[in-house]
Design a protein around this ligand. Structure first.
Ligand code: ADP
Length: 629
């Protein structure tokens, strides 16, 4: 995994190498200090034994002062080099975290609808935050401490052996046991980290879903049920997290204990060696100082290993996302559209099925030819259509007929198959995604507003754009969508913040702001194709008439190939012709009058709309229900 992502790490090789060198410098300088202390103590010891006159001897004094100055110089060096090593390595870890998070985010933004069906947003958020952070901890914490421990041992061990090979052997005699325990426990840490992050992802998903649907939970008094569900998830989290901490603590304690036992052995055995005059008093004190130097790096070894294991697991979880390639990408050598773009749309034999990420694997084909046919549920089946440039076409059909699917396939928001949709005779999968989406302005069925001002929701750009576009584009668009007077009546008018998902507006207002956005974007992009997916589902009959009149009088459909799905017959009558769909297939095409005369399904839809108009009841959308219960 680390080799696969070496580019990410190698990008920071300079600060990382500098940091490692600084670590080496701080350890090398630090390892010399006990040696100087040994010299100073032995000097004092000898002079003490020789009598007080020797102490005042200027040569001895000079030697003593020189040792003190060297210690001071080395201490400053140790301090400066440690500071620099932290600055470089921790800084590299933070920038790596920043890079990786951006990379994951950019990757997710390009993913198709099916990816989001398979990966709940709570899970994605968890990978973008916790896992990326664990990687930073691994670089800025784990690896830094790991290198530090390595250098401490490299610089300290020779000094210890020089003082007493016997004492050194005694210090490390128990270490093989530590290494054995380490190898046993560390792989368990990695597995537990996976589990912890999985549960955390599930908790994020539950929380996110419940906060979004809070009105439904409250309306049906399901707080207790949801609370219990959350408590169960939290309990699972607590359990696996406790296991993880348990393992990490054991790892740490093993090395703390090893350090303590070594200390005890050295103190007792070393004391006898001083008495037996096998080593000097200075040598013994220096040896205990060296032991002191390796005590913390040794104790931190368990933490280091578990942090690296967690980092490896986190990288694997991030890789799970990064290794899923988007199925909707621009071709390597995109074809240009012939200029000027006319917007002639040709759909040939287009079929589409949604992949169900939750479905069990289809059973192995047992030779029955019809088996596959039965297992696949087509959202669209063999659609063939020609929409000449500049025409306005309505798509009508019952719920689930496949209208939205067809409309979303045109700008490749779903996986449009090759050679099925052509704009001005060019297969849309041969166009760059940017060029295609600049050609088509789409108003999706769900009017999503960002938690921003109305102005920014319409302009979808930097705030200064609004000032420039206000009179020329924004107000004409909001007037056409019949929402301008309502925005003007709000306290902060176009600067009103609409809250998360636009909760502060009614469903109808959200839909009209969304329509204004589409009108504006279609004009700014000069998109020759305009697609509206059920644009009036949330507005009453009177407003609908006003909008249709405004759209007509402002000639918004003029020179544009316009395709809209709707249940509203007043809108349908404005279309040049109508497509009637049912069960993913085209049932009939023709003028409103033709279909009304010949198609029972169309007559039924017409009757339903007449009935609605008389009562003027607007069925709330799911969003509306959630926000206004
Ligand atoms: P309409 O817009 O006419 O109401 P849709 O195009 O939304 O119809 O849906 C057509 C069919 O595809 C329906 O059977 C619907 O259940 C199914 N469908 C729509 N979206 C998805 C999805 N994201 N995943 C799986 N099936 C879907």
């Amino acid at each position: 995994m680390f080799i696969k992502y070496r580019g990410l790490f190698l990008k920071y090789k300079v600060p990382f190498t500098l940091g490692i060198l600084a670590l080496l410098a701080t350890n090398a300088a630090g390892a010399m200090i006990p040696d100087l202390i040994q010299q100073a103590i032995d000097l004092l010891d000898i002079t003490k034994r020789q009598g007080i006159e020797a102490l005042s001897d200027s040569q001895t004094q000079q030697a003593f002062e020189a040792l003190l100055f060297q210690m001071l110089g080395l201490s400053v060096l140790v301090f400066a080099a440690r500071l620099l090593s932290r600055y470089w390595i921790i800084g590299a870890g933070q920038r790596l975290e920043y890079d990786l998070r951006n990379r994951v985010y950019q990757h997710i933004l390009k993913m198709p609808n099916s990816f989001f069906s398979a990966n709940p947003s709570g899970e994605l958020m968890s990978r973008m935050t916790n896992d990326v952070e664990s990687l930073r901890m691994m670089i800025g914490g784990g690896l830094m401490l790991g290198f530090n421990t390595f250098f401490v041992y490299c610089t300290t061990l020779p000094m210890m052996i020089r003082i007493s090979p016997m004492l050194t052997l005694l210090t490390f005699i128990l270490y093989p046991f530590g290494i054995w325990a380490l190898s046993k426990i560390s792989s368990r840490v990695k597995a537990l980290y996976y589990q912890v992050q999985d549960v955390l992802g599930q908790i994020s998903t539950v929380v996110q879903e419940n906060f979004t649907g809070i009105a439904v939970i409250q309306a049906y008094a399901k707080e207790t049920v949801e609370n219990t569900r959350m408590q169960n998830e939290s309990r699972r989290y607590l359990k696996v997290y406790q296991q993880l901490i348990h393992k990490r603590v054991i790892l740490m304690m093993i090395f703390v204990m090893l350090g303590g036992l070594s200390y005890l052995a050295v103190l007792s055995f070393g004391g006898w060696q001083v008495i037996d005059q096998k080593i000097t008093l200075g040598g013994f004190i220096a040896f205990t100082l060296f032991l002191e130097r390796i005590a913390w790096p040794t104790a931190s070894m368990g933490w280091t290993i578990s942090t690296v294991q967690q980092g490896a697991a986190a990288l694997k979880r991030v890789d799970d996302i990064l290794s899923q390639e988007s199925t909707i990408t621009s071709p390597d050598n995109p074809e240009p559209l012939p200029q000027p773009v006319k917007g002639d749309l040709n759909i040939r034999d287009l079929s589409f099925t949604y992949l169900n990420p939750y479905a069990k694997k289809t059973p192995v084909n047992n030779g029955d030819e019809n088996q596959e046919e039965e297992d696949v549920l087509y959202a669209l089946k063999n659609i063939t259509l020609h929409l000449p440039a500049g025409q306005t076409v309505a798509i009508v059909g019952p719920i689930g007929a496949g209208k939205s699917t067809l409309l979303r396939l045109l700008p490749r928001l779903l996986e449009t198959p090759d050679n099925t949709v052509f704009i001005d005779s060019v297969d849309i999968t041969r166009l760059s995604l940017e060029a295609l989406r600049k050609t088509i302005a789409l108003m999706p069925q769900q009017s999503y507003l960002f938690s921003n001002t109305i102005a920014n929701n319409i302009v979808l750009a930097k705030p200064e754009e609004f000032v420039n576009l206000r009179e020329s584009h924004v107000i004409p668009a909001t007037k056409a969508a019949s929402v301008h007077p309502e925005i003007q009546a709000m306290m902060h008018q176009y600067e009103t913040t609409v809250g998360e998902r636009g909760v502060m507006l009614s469903g109808g207002q959200r839909q009209r702001v969304s329509l204004a956005r589409t009108i504006l974007q279609s004009q700014l992009l000069e998109a020759p194709v305009l697609i509206l997916d059920d644009p009036f589902s949330q507005v009453d009959a009177g407003t609908e008439e006003r909008i249709i009149d405004a759209l007509e009088s402002r000639k918004l459909f003029e020179n544009k190939t316009t395709l809209f799905a709707t249940h509203r017959m007043s809108m349908v009558q404005k279309a040049d012709w109508v497509i009637l769909m049912n069960h993913g297939e085209i049932v009939a095409t023709g003028s409103h009058q033709d279909l009304l005369a010949s198609q029972p399904l169309y007559q039924q839809l017409h009757r339903q709309d007449e009935l609605r108009k008389q009562t003027d009841v607007i069925l709330p959308s799911d969003d509306e229900a959630i926000n206004h219960v």
